[in-house]
Design a protein around this ligand. Structure first.
Ligand code: ADP
Ligand code: ASP
Ligand code: MG
Length: 412
């Protein structure tokens, strides 16, 4: 007996029928003698629909009002799920993020949770209630402003609550049966991974695997939350996200992640100097621009070219910031290349295997796929390719690393 946190994503509460079926899963958990806290997302594609309503009124709606608008989606679901449980004769109470004590920093649209005051939830659980909390939202303690946690942020609400409540488990119910070797909606031979380490899952999530919100994995790792990603429709066991996942024999790569909408920017003929790089990247950081892969090419003794990748959605802003500091930094020009994608392989097994990157590059080159940028860490290799090549690259690498096969004998 203990506290269990269950999270149901948009599709899993996308209709009244689905809400009823989620309620049955909740009831089943209480029948095991557990106290249950449920976190839900907005129904189906509600959040997208709200975003497009705002877009009809403004190209650049205020972030505060966007938070006010988007946080309504989850509020509908909590009330409906609570009613579904009450209709089954259960005691249930719904809470918005702020009622649940979720405090965030003041950073509209992408706020981080800074504290959770659990007294109210614990009080309700102890009175025999099932507590249903709206995902994806919180409140700034000082100002009372409503915030949201970034798209996909309900996962983070669930894991953060599990950590704060010392829950025995956090189950993430979604529309796939677990974490796969890559997105199963893109690669049909993708295979469910029985278990994956926090570090690998964090890389996968950060590199574009939308199945879990990256900050949820960060919380799970920092507070050692036992996490299982599983289907809300099927009974089979899902994927365990845990400290040390056993690497299947000879497997160097656990999974593949990918994301499109990337632009490469080259700042050309930047004068060489001890502070040049720090000035350039501090300026970008001060303006909130997130830079990903960075490549430096020394042109000659006095100048250097710097390339870096950004999300294409911040291109206009990046160009503005660079133009404003061109004179001060003394570079010659800004060259942009859009229409790019990042394809990454992830696996803790590659730490001691230098051949993995070479195998990746060879696989891509044999398919005529040009690699434009590369970045590596201990457990991942990312390549930037043309967006038109993205799916081909993912399918190719899935084959090259035999990710569809359970126990391959890899010859590097
Ligand atoms: P929810 O609404 O339940 O939070 P999401 O749409 O956020 O669901 O996440 C589930 C989706 O993540 C899947 O439908 C799938 O298309 C996508 N996805 C991307 N990468 C992976 C992966 N490696 N394994 C499983 N699903 C993935
Ligand atoms: N409803 C929010 C979104 O669609 C949060 C979530 O589903 O996790 O992004
Ligand atoms: Mg999600």
């Amino acid at each position: 007996m203990g506290i269990i946190v269950q999270k149901f994503g948009g599709t899993s509460v996308g209709s009244i029928e689905r809400i009823r079926s989620a309620a049955q899963r909740v009831i089943k958990e209480t029948e095991q003698g557990n106290q249950v806290v449920v976190v839900v997302s907005a129904m189906g594609k509600t959040t997208d629909a709200l975003v497009s309503l705002a877009a009809q009124l403004s190209d650049n709606p205020s972030k505060r009002e966007m938070d006010m608008l988007l946080s309504t989606g989850e509020q509908v679901t909590i009330a409906l799920l609570s009613m579904a449980l009450q209709a089954e004769g259960k005691q249930a109470v719904s809470l918005t993020g702020w009622q649940a004590g979720i405090e965030t920093e003041e950073f509209p649209s992408n706020a981080r949770i800074v504290n959770i005051k659990t007294e109210r939830i614990i009080g309700l659980l102890d009175k025999g209630n099932i507590v249903i909390v709206a995902g994806f939202q919180g409140m700034v303690k000082e100002s009372g402003e409503i915030t949201t946690l970034g798209r996909g942020g309900s996962d983070t609400t669930a894991v953060a609550l599990a950590a704060a409540l010392g829950a025995a488990r956090c189950d993430i119910y979604t529309d796939v049966t677990g974490v796969f070797t890559t997105d199963p909606r893109v690669v049909s031979s993708a295979r469910k991974i029985p278990s994956i380490s926090y570090d690998e899952m964090l890389e996968m999530a950060n590199l574009g695997a939308g199945v879990l919100h990256p900050r949820a994995v960060e919380f799970a790792k920092n507070y050692q939350v036992k996490l299982e990603v599983r289907s809300s429709q099927e009974e089979e066991r899902g994927t365990l996200v845990e400290e040390e996942a056993t690497m299947e024999q000879n497997l160097m790569v656990r999974g593949l992640a990918f994301e499109g909408n990337i632009t490469k920017i080259t700042v050309s003929n930047l004068p060489n100097g001890i502070e040049t790089l720090s000035s350039l990247f501090s300026t970008l950081a001060d303006n909130g621009i997130n830079v990903d892969i960075i490549i430096q090419n020394v042109v000659n003794e006095s100048t250097t070219n710097i390339s870096f990748s950004i999300d294409s959605s911040v291109l206009a802003e990046t160009q503005e910031v660079l133009a404003a500091c061109q004179e001060e930094l003394g570079f010659e020009s800004i060259i942009t290349e859009g229409g790019l994608a990042k394809v990454s392989i992830v696996g803790s097994g590659m730490i001691s295997n230098p051949g993995v990157a070479a195998k990746m590059f060879k696989g891509l080159s044999q398919k005529g796929i040009m690699i434009k940028m590369v970045s590596t860490s201990e457990i991942k290799v990312s390549t930037v390719v043309s967006q038109a090549d993205m799916v081909n690259a993912v399918e190719t690498l899935h084959d090259v690393f035999e990710l569809d096969v359970r126990q391959p004998a890899h010859q590097l």
